[in-house]
Design a protein around this ligand. Structure first.
Ligand SMILES: [Fe+2]
Length: 283
C-alpha cells in the first residue's frame, strides 16, 4: 500500500470567516494558521486536518485529499507506481508553503487534487485539546461519478484494501494502518465529485457527547444523531458543516481490520446497515 492514513482535506468555501468559526467551535479544531484567504485547522498535535480556502473563482467543495505515505514506501516509489499507471505527478518539498516536508500531488479521475505526503507539521505544545478531545482525522467519504474506475485506481494503484461494500454503491477502503475506512467512495453517476462527510475520531464516547453538546449549543443542524454503523462498528453523530452539503462526523469505537488478511463483506443497503439500533421489521 502506498498510504497509511488520511492526513488532511482541503475545502473551498464561500465565506472563510463562517467556515473557520464552524470548525473552531462545533468542529473542535484549533486554528493554527490563517493568511489571506486560507486557514489551517488541526487537533491532537497535528497542524491541520482541514485546510479552508475562499476562492470565489472556484466552486465550493472538496479541493484536496491528502494521505500520509506508508512508512515502508518512499516518495520515489510512489512516483514510480503512479507514473506506471499513467498519472502525471508534481513533486514538492516546500515546508513553509505546504506545511508538509515533501509530497507528490496529482489529480484523480474525478477531478480532486490528491497529495501523498511525508512529515505533516506538528504543533508545539502538544494537542491542546478543546472541550471534546479528538484523537485523529479518520476518513472522508466522497461521491464518485466514475465509481468503478475510481475503485480500480484506489485499490490497484494506491493499494487501498476494501473493508466492506454496501451493495455495489459504496466502498469502504482501508489504508495500511488498518482503520476500517480512511476513504469511502459512493457511486453517483452524472454528479460531480463532492465530499459527503469528513470524520473526526474522539478519544472517548464522552468526547463524542461533548462535541454533540457544542453542536447543539451553537445551533448547527444535526444530520444523523447517535447511530452505530454495522460496517465499522463506530458510534457517533453527524452535523451539517461547511461548505454546504459537507457533513462532519464525530465517532468512537471505529473498527480495525488486518490489511494482510481482511476479506471484504457485502451488505444489503438497509437502515440497519447504517444504524444497528434501527429495529427490524415486525419488532
Ligand atoms: Fe463516516
Amino acid at each position: 500500500m502506498l498510504i497509511s492514513r488520511l492526513g488532511y482535506i482541503g475545502l473551498n468555501v464561500d465565506d472563510l470567516d463562517d467556515a473557520v468559526r464552524l470548525f473552531e467551535t462545533a468542529g473542535q479544531l484549533q486554528l493554527n494558521r490563517r493568511d489571506e484567504g486560507r486557514a489551517w485547522l488541526g487537533a491532537a498535535g497535528r497542524h491541520h486536518w482541514v485546510v479552508l480556502q475562499q476562492d470565489l473563482d472556484r466552486p465550493t467543495g472538496l479541493t484536496r485529499m491528502a494521505f500520509e505515505i506508508d512508512p515502508g514506501v518512499t516518495l520515489d516509489d510512489a512516483e514510480k507506481v503512479l507514473a506506471e499507471a499513467g498519472v502525471v505527478c508534481e513533486r514538492r518539498a516546500d515546508f513553509r508553503t505546504d506545511l508538509v516536508r515533501e509530497c507528490v500531488r496529482f489529480t484523480d479521475l474525478d477531478g480532486t487534487e490528491i497529495e501523498i505526503f511525508r512529515g505533516l507539521a506538528g504543533v508545539a505544545g502538544g494537542g491542546a485539546p478543546k472541550w471534546a478531545r479528538l484523537e485523529r482525522l479518520l476518513h472522508v467519504a466522497v461521491t464518485s461519478p466514475n465509481f468503478d474506475l475510481a475503485l480500480d485506481f484506489y485499490t490497484q494503484v494506491m493499494g487501498l484494501g476494501v473493508s466492506d461494500f454496501i451493495e455495489d454503491t459504496t466502498a469502504f477502503l482501508h489504508a495500511s494502518d488498518g482503520a476500517h475506512h480512511s476513504l469511502v467512495l459512493q457511486r453517483r453517476p452524472g454528479q460531480s465529485r463532492a465530499a459527503n462527510h469528513v470524520c473526526f475520531q474522539a478519544e472517548s464516547f464522552d468526547d463524542v457527547m461533548r462535541a454533540r453538546a457544542i453542536v447543539r449549543r451553537e445551533g448547527y443542524e444535526l444530520r444523523d444523531d447517535l447511530i452505530r454503523h454495522e460496517t465499522s462498528g463506530s458510534i457517533g453523530f453527524y452535523f451539517e458543516g461547511l461548505p454546504r452539503g459537507l457533513g462532519v462526523e464525530f465517532c468512537y469505537e471505529h473498527g480495525q481490520v488486518d490489511p494482510q488478511h481482511h476479506k471484504p463483506r457485502v451488505f444489503v443497503r438497509t437502515l440497519q446497515a447504517k444504524d444497528v439500533y434501527e429495529p427490524p421489521p415486525g419488532y
